[in-house]
Design a protein around this ligand. Structure first.
Ligand SMILES: Nc1nc2c(ncn2[C@@H]2O[C@H](COP(=O)(O)OP(=O)(O)OP(=O)(O)O)[C@@H](O)[C@H]2O)c(=O)[nH]1
Length: 266
């Protein structure tokens, strides 16, 4: 019996093996990627994170009565996306986050969506993306209207939500579960277990810089046939951390302590 997140998995036979879904959270620094990830995993809003750490978290979820083993990569690109292969070839779906009080953050989310569209074109394989306008609680300072967010999402054919990492958990959970549903639809379409993971250090001399086309300064793209591939779950560059939910924690007598991006959560 597995006790990830403190609750027993429904069944353990092969028939009830959970669906494996990898989600990557993308966006400009400060958009709220970590805050949303932590909110989803722990129901808590934590205000400060180390911006340089990138972690992949693991969570057992139930979406539409189906068990799902969800991995969430909270990416930490520097000012411009770099070594994007680590998530482009790993994730089944993407949450692209901007902060509605920052026009620049919105522009960067557009660049990320373009990056995903280009990757889909070049690999002939699309992964769903959801656009999230974060910090809804700061709506009085918004620099990006809801209509602009919806228009950008419409341009790239993705779902759009305005959210807040410090408001209700249910809405944030709904968004993550929508991403799982989108990923599941795509997986069912191709009925292929996806992920291949490309090591970052194997950049090739002829790799085509996406930056030239997308203004993403140091992001490079390799085709699958030209780089060394490792099968998942060897997520080499990201530390995999299993996080216990607050729901699970409340059921435990001893105070649970989990390390998230260098922060202790009690
Ligand atoms: N008011 C408000 N603040 C938020 C929200 N989400 C995040 N923040 C704050 O915005 C700042 C940046 O949040 P992070 O979650 O670190 O943003 P990030 O996208 O992970 O940024 P990097 O780690 O630098 O890539 C922090 O001070 C958060 O407390 C939100 O929904 N509302």
């Amino acid at each position: 019996m597995s006790l990830v997140f403190g609750k027993p998995r429904a069944g353990s036979g092969p028939q009830s093996a959970p669906l494996e879904v990898n989600l990557a959270i993308l966006g400009r620094r400060g958009a709220g990627k970590s805050a949303l990830t932590v909110k989803f995993l722990t129901r808590r809003f934590i205000s400060e994170y180390d911006p340089n750490l990138e972690d992949t978290y693991s969570s057992e979820e139930t979406v539409d009565h189906q068990p799902v083993h969800l991995r969430v990569m909270d990416t930490a690109d520097p000012d411009t996306p770099r070594n994007c292969e680590r998530y482009l070839n790993w994730a089944h779906a993407f949450l692209v986050v901007y902060s509605m009080d920052s026009r620049q953050s919105f522009k960067d989310s557009s660049s990320y969506l373009e990056l995903l569209a280009l990757h889909a074109k070049e690999t002939q394989r699309s992964s769903p993306a959801l656009l999230l306008g974060n910090k809804l609680d700061m709506a009085q300072y918004r620099q990006v209207t809801k209509a602009e967010g919806a228009a950008l999402a419409g341009k790239f054919g993705c779902l759009f939500f305005e959210v807040s990492a410090c408001l209700d958990f249910e809405h944030v959970q709904h968004v993550f579960h929508e991403a799982v549903r989108e990923a599941r639809r795509e997986l069912e379409k191709h009925s292929l277990p996806r992920p291949l993971f490309i090591s970052e250090e194997r950049a090739l001399p002829h790799q085509a810089p996406l930056t030239a086309r997308h203004g993403l300064a140091s992001c490079t793209f390799n085709t699958l046939s030209t780089v060394s591939l490792k099968e998942m779950p060897a997520v080499a560059q990201a530390k995999l951390v299993t996080v216990k939910s607050s729901r699970a924690q409340s059921k435990r007598k001893a105070p649970a302590l989990t390390l998230l991006k260098g922060f202790k959560i009690f």
